[in-house]
Design a protein around this ligand. Structure first.
Ligand SMILES: [Zn+2]
Ligand SMILES: [Zn+2]
Length: 332
C-alpha cells in the first residue's frame, strides 16, 4: 500500500480517501464512491452511494439501473467527512471530472482520464495547481503525439467523397468517441445524415438530452445498401469486423483511436483508414499539464507509467506508480 500525503491511500482496487471515508473509481463495490467519469472501468455498479456529475450518474443509470447517486455540479464545493471536495472538468467525455481534494492545507487532484485539446461534446480541462497530482498515462510515451483533430476529420471526409458508391465505417468507442466524431464532422461542415449501429443509440440519446446536438442520425437497421452509399456509418470497435458490417455498401473500414498511431494495431483490426483521434492526453499534453500544475508529487494510475515517471524524476518531481487493477486501455 502506497501512502500519499498521510490521508490518501492507494489500494489495488482504487484510491481511498481516509478522512472522507470514500473511494475514487473503485473496481469493486464500496459503501461510498466518488466517480470521475462514466467509462465502465472507472464507473462500476453496486456502490452504496455515488458522488458524481449528473452526466456521469445518467451514464451509470443507463448501464446499471438506478443509482444511490448524489449529483455534484462542476465547481460546487462539498464537505465530505473532513475533506473539501470539488469536481472540475477533465475534458475526456461528457460529464468527466477531476476530483479536487483538500485536507489540512494539502491539495490533491485525481484527474481520472483527461485530455487538453478541445472537444465539442464536453467542457475543457481546467488546470488546478496542487501538491499531489494523480494522473493517467495511457499514452505516456514520447512516441504518442496525436495530430490535429481537424486534419484527421478532413482525411475521413476526403475518403468519403472520393467514392460515393461506398460508405466509410468508423469504429469508435461507444461512450464519448462516437458522439465526438459526429460533432467534429458537423463542425467541419458535414451536414449529411450519419448512420449508427444500434449499440450506440442510447448514448447518442443521452448526449442529446444533455444538450449536445448531433444533427441528423439514422439507424442502420432497415436501411438499404443504396441508401447508405456515400454516407458515414459509426459503430463500436467490436462491430468493425463482424457479420453485421456485411449489410453495408462495400465499407471502407476506419477506426478513431489514439492507438491508430501504432500500425500493428490498425492491421490487427483490418483498418484501412486509421484515424488518430484520442480522448486521452498524449505525451506532450501529459508533460505540459504536469509542468503547469507544478505538483510536488505525481502519482500514476494506469497506462505506460515508466517513461512518465522517469520524465518527472528528471524534472525534480517525485513520482510513483500506483499499480491499480481493473483499468483497461479502453478501445478509446
Ligand atoms: Zn475513460
Ligand atoms: Zn481509463
Amino acid at each position: 500500500m502506497a501512502r500519499l500525503g498521510s490521508w490518501i491511500e492507494s489500494h489495488p482496487e482504487g484510491i481511498y480517501v481516509r478522512p472522507a471515508d470514500a473511494w475514487i473509481d473503485p473496481s469493486e463495490p464500496k459503501p461510498k464512491a466518488m466517480i470521475t467519469h462514466g467509462h465502465s472501468d472507472h464507473a462500476r455498479g453496486g456502490h452504496g452511494a455515488v458522488l458524481a456529475t449528473a452526466e456521469t450518474l445518467a451514464i451509470m443509470e443507463c448501464r446499471y439501473g438506478p443509482q444511490a447517486g448524489q449529483p455534484i455540479a462542476y465547481d460546487e464545493s462539498l464537505r465530505v467527512g473532513e475533506v473539501d471536495v470539488r469536481f472540475v472538468p477533465a475534458g475526456h467525455v461528457l460529464g468527466s471530472a477531476q476530483i479536487v481534494l483538500e485536507h489540512k492545507g494539502e491539495k490533491a487532484v485525481v484527474s481520472g482520464d483527461y485530455k487538453r485539446r478541445p472537444d465539442p461534446t464536453c467542457a475543457c480541462f481546467v488546470p488546478v495547481p496542487c501538491d499531489i497530482f494523480i494522473t493517467e498515462a495511457t499514452f505516456g510515451l514520447p512516441v504518442f503525439r496525436h495530430p490535429e483533430t481537424g486534419s484527421e476529420i478532413d482525411r475521413l471526409l476526403h475518403r468519403l467523397h472520393s467514392d460515393p458508391s461506398r460508405c466509410v465505417l468508423v469504429g469508435a468507442y461507444a461512450l464519448g468517441k462516437a458522439q465526438r466524431i459526429i460533432c467534429e464532422l458537423r463542425e467541419r461542415g458535414h451536414d449529411a445524415s450519419i448512420y449508427f449501429h444500434g449499440a450506440i443509440e442510447r448514448l447518442n440519446q443521452l448526449y442529446e438530452n444533455f444538450g449536445v446536438e448531433l444533427g441528423e442520425l439514422r439507424y442502420t437497421g432497415g436501411a438499404t445498401k443504396q441508401e447508405m452509399a456515400g454516407h458515414i456509418v459509426i459503430c463500436p470497435p467490436g462491430a468493425l469486423n463482424d457479420r453485421w458490417s456485411r449489410r453495408l455498401p462495400d465499407p471502407v473500414t476506419a477506426m478513431a483511436s489514439g492507438w491508430m498511431r501504432i500500425r500493428q494495431r490498425a492491421r490487427q483490426r483490418n483498418v484501412e483508414l486509421p484515424l488518430v483521434i484520442s480522448d486521452h492526453a498524449d505525451w506532450d499534453e501529459l508533460t505540459t499539464t504536469i509542468r503547469e500544475l507544478e505538483p510536488t508529487e505525481v502519482w500514476i494510475t494506469h497506462g505506460r507509467e515508466e517513461a512518465l515517471k522517469h520524465w518527472c524524476m528528471t524534472h525534480q518531481i517525485k513520482a510513483c506508480e500506483l499499480n491499480l487493477i481493473g483499468y483497461e486501455d479502453e478501445d478509446e
